[in-house]
Write a protein that binds this ligand. Structure first.
Ligand SMILES: [Zn+2]
Ligand SMILES: [Zn+2]
Length: 98
């Protein structure tokens, strides 16, 4: 049995930079639970956001319930995107229904 060490404070600080989340094994499409990061959400994900990684192998699909999907997209557009010189397409490859 493997143990997984998670440091929520560090992860959250990295998330605050606005960079796309780092791919994590065992998550992404196929995960049965909403991947909302800021709290535990047990809702079934129906929406996805595919973040562009540094390379195509690092692209990351974030699967979320409808509510957190909306929150995540508005967090990106209203918090990160304000100070970012990139385009939406430079961050998000695909989004919408799973
Ligand atoms: Zn959720
Ligand atoms: Zn950016």
């Amino acid at each position: 049995m493997s143990t997984l060490t998670v440091n929520p404070v560090k992860d959250r600080a990295e998330r605050d930079t606005g960079f796309p989340p780092v791919p994590e094994l065992g998550e992404g499409e196929g995960n049965p639970r909403c991947l909302w990061y800021w709290d535990v959400c047990t809702d079934t994900p129906t929406k996805k956001i595919v973040w562009r990684g540094k390379s195509s192998s690092e692209n990351y699909a974030e699967t979320l319930c409808a509510r957190h999907y909306a929150v995540e997209l508005s967090r990106f557009t209203e918090v990160h995107f304000v100070d970012c010189e990139g385009t939406v397409a430079s961050h998000i490859l695909d989004f919408g229904d799973m």
